[in-house]
Design a protein. Structure first.
Lengths: 123, 176
């Protein structure tokens, strides 16, 4: 079954790079949706169901940690795997994201291989 | 409690972070020259400047300054596509490069300074403009070159008043 993915990042460049990595990865990729921040991600998720979310943390309007908390407290989304892809490298932020329910954490800068390995462990 | 970051510490963190980003995501050569400190006098700037702020008990700003040509080269390497002129896509890519480099400097600093926040990057492109950061005593400037392109990363970081007030006096007697 094709995997629909939502990429949440305020950088169009990072969204483009992650989209390309997903296309290259060995996953049955369906639609790839994009959102500029957590608020836009919630709007997209009301309209489109996805099987995986890749999200940044530092974003305007609603950051990735708040988005993660909202999704994990929502029965419609709490089982959707969320991987944080972020510049935030502090141990406290990593722990916070994992405790809130993120299934993975990839620090920017990243290689395509790091993303693919993370996806392979999840999908 | 630490009350200052030396220019050597700042330059070392900047070089480590830049090298990490250039080797991992840009595949571009990177070499640095010795750092120097600069007074925060507004100077006339040309080209592209990306600014990212840090905040917490310490505050500061990281600044990447480069030519329009090098901004296009950075964006082209990041996006793996040719970029001929500075446009929205190029500015977004430079902002993300700055976000990753300054974000990684912040992570290195956090080991000494405790938790810090990171601002959303701001990118400026123009000719003959001046930039000024209020309350900055000095910038530590690290010159880099990638091939024949010269560019810089500048950084300033100072403790906040809150941090200074929390610092114990050297002659303070510990309470049991």
């Amino acid at each position: 079954m094709p995997l629909d993915v939502l990429i949440v990042d305020d950088s169009a460049a990072i969204r483009k790079i992650l989209h390309r990595v997903l296309v290259q990865a060995d996953v049955p990729l369906g639609k790839v949706h994009e959102a500029n921040d957590g608020l836009e991600a919630l709007e997209k998720l009301r309209a489109e169901k996805v099987g995986l979310i890749l999200s940044d943390i530092n974003m305007p309007n609603m950051d990735g940690i708040e988005l993660l908390g909202k999704l994990k407290n929502d029965d419609d989304f709490k089982t959707v795997p969320i991987v944080m892809v972020t510049t935030e490298g502090s141990q406290a932020k990593v722990m916070q994201a994992l405790q809130l329910g993120a299934v993975g954490y990839v620090r920017k800068p990243f290689t395509a291989e790091q993303i693919k390995e993370k996806l392979a462990g999840i999908i | 409690m630490i009350d200052r970051m030396s220019s050597e510490e700042i330059a070392s963190a900047v070089c480590l972070a830049a090298q990490d980003v250039f080797s991992t995501m840009l595949q571009l050569p990177l070499a640095s020259d010795p750092f120097h400190d600069e007074a925060p006098e507004p100077e006339s700037l040309d080209g592209v400047v990306a600014l990212v702020g840090i905040a917490g008990t310490w505050i500061g700003t990281g600044r990447i300054a480069c030519s329009p040509q090098f901004a296009c080269r950075l964006a082209g390497s990041l996006l793996m596509q040719p970029c001929e002129a500075v446009n929205e896509e190029v500015l977004d890519a430079v902002a993300e490069v700055a976000n990753m480099i300054i974000g990684n400097v912040k992570t290195i600093f956090e080991e000494k300074l405790g938790p810090l926040g990171l601002s959303i990057p701001t990118v400026i492109f123009g000719r003959n403009y001046k930039a000024h950061s209020a309350g900055v005593p000095k910038w530590t400037v690290v010159p880099f070159h990638t091939g024949e392109e010269n560019w810089t990363i500048s950084f300033c970081v100072v403790p906040t008043k809150m941090h200074v007030h929390q610092a114990p006096r050297p002659d303070a007697v510990p309470v049991a």
